[in-house]
Design a protein around this ligand. Structure first.
Ligand code: LLP
Length: 435
């Protein structure tokens, strides 16, 4: 639940110990504010209820949720591994000097160049999506005289209750090797044969923003059955099982996020019982949360501008951002909660619709928000924007991306500079004949 209790003596909303109106004034808006303190609390919960509770487990932060050099440093200090899904994410980790052996490299269509970057840097694990990729890795590794440690991403054929764009474990999926006997066992056989491949085990990811642990449990069970079958058929010993991420967070009333051990205990229980049943050695178990670590650690601050009342219909309150800094409402129908940060103690008497500034009817950030009477110049704070906001931001309508500031024990630092108009045109060329 969003903590609205910490208020200043005045009327301003405090986030992670800091006055958000002051932050907006100091750094401008739109502004992503990320709390290192909250990230630390999340990592502590992961440590206390998973890493220290079980032997032989690892946690990889899914960097697609929010990644930059500072975040790499935080994740390294917290002792977690990193999941990357592109050459760009990997490059960011390399530039942050993130330990390469702690990186998992995902992706359903990794390019040769991306794989070369990964293999030449001795990246920890490549999570192989398909046999074409496996062959490519084997060839590249051979040329570089290396052996690549890989896991197979398996599509477990499990459906989770979440938005259809973010379920990934179902049979009809662009991700992974389907759990179909002819395909998966052929893949395991090949993985064992290739000289420059060290096949260590399996990976699955059932989807994102999930509140119920059922799909994780069913997927774990299916993969444990696969692990037994692979041993029985080929003597293949699974050393690692990566169970993906997907743990849901609080965005809006009705969301019921769980502590991380609601998922991890259930996964571990299934692994233990299956290992016992099949007489298997316990593999290293890896989890890969993204949103759960960073989602509630971020808010976005906007300045309110135009206010338009259509009598008897609706009151539109426009902000200085929108779908370029947060495409999730337009893309997934995602819902957010917000407060007018400079009027936190005023009664919410009005119902308003928060509109973005894009030239697009669908650019509505929040429908029907209860708010006090708003005026131009008010600051709006939108909650739970830490995950998949900055990372999915774009420049639609040539709107520069906001800055990101990191709040840590009462201090603030800019970790991503605000884009400028100059940045927006910095890679444009005019062909000679048009000059
Ligand atoms: N591991 C793999 C292989 C993944 O594909 C993902 C997310 C994760 C871990 C982390 O999932 P999380 O714990 O963050 O739920 N853009 C969408 C979310 C897409 C998630 C893609 N994969 C959104 O804004 O809701």
């Amino acid at each position: 639940m969003i903590n609205l209790e910490r208020k200043t003596n005045n009327d301003n909303y405090m986030f992670s110990g800091l006055d958000t109106v002051m932050l907006a004034r100091e750094y401008g808006t739109p502004l992503y504010v990320v709390s290192e303190d909250i990230i630390k609390e999340k990592c502590k919960e992961i440590r206390d209820s998973f890493i220290l509770k079980y032997k032989n487990v690892k946690v990889a932060y899914a960097s697609k949720a929010f990644l930059n050099l500072a975040m790499c440093k935080i994740i390294e200090r917290e002792g977690l591994c990193l999941d990357v899904v592109s050459g760009g994410e990997l490059y960011t980790a390399i530039k942050a000097n993130f330990p390469m052996e702690k990186i998992f490299f995902h992706g359903n269509n990794k390019s040769r160049a991306e794989l070369e970057l990964a293999i030449s840097n001795d990246i920890g694990r490549i999570v192989v999506d398909n046999l074409y990729e496996l062959e490519l890795i084997n060839n590249i590794a051979k040329k570089m005289n290396k052996k690549s440690r890989v896991l197979y991403r398996v599509t477990p054929g499990v459906e989770s209750e979440t938005h259809k764009y973010v379920i990934t474990g179902q049979k009809d999926s662009k991700f992974g090797i389907p759990l179909v006997d002819d395909i998966i066992f052929e893949a395991i056989k090949r993985g064992m044969e290739y000289e420059n491949i060290d096949l260590l085990g399996f990976h699955f990811h059932v989807g994102s923003q999930i509140f119920d642990n059922k799909s994780h449990i069913i997927a774990t069970e299916k993969i444990m059955n696969l692990i037994k079958e692979a041993r029985d058929r080929f003597g293949f010993i699974t050393k690692e099982l990566n169970t993906g991420g997907g743990y849901g967070i609080y965005y809006k009333q009705g969301d019921n996020p769980k502590p991380i051990n609601y998922f991890t205990d259930a996964i571990m229980e299934k692994v233990f019982s299956k290992c016992k049943e099949f007489n298997l050695d316990l593999p290293t178990i890896i989890i890969e949360p993204g949103r759960w670590i960073i989602g509630e650690a971020g808010i976005t601050l906007y300045t309110i501008g135009t206010i338009k009342e259509i009598p008897g219909i609706r009151k539109y309150v426009a902000i200085d951002g929108g779908m370029p800094d947060n495409p999730r409402p337009a893309l997934y129908g995602a819902k957010y909660e917000a407060v007018v940060a400079n009027k936190i103690n005023e009664e919410a008497k009005e119902t308003v619709t928060i509109a973005g500034k894009c030239c697009e009817t669908g650019d509505i950030l929040i429908w029907d928000l209860k708010a006090p009477k708003t005026e131009a110049g008010d600051i709006l704070a939108v909650f739970s924007t830490g995950a998949y906001n900055y990372s999915m931001a774009n420049n639609y309508n040539k709107i520069p991306r906001p800055a990101v500031v990191l709040v840590s024990e009462g201090n603030v630092e800019t970790i991503v500079e605000r884009e400028t108009y100059e940045d927006l045109i910095s890679r444009y060329n005019i062909p000679l004949h048009l000059k």
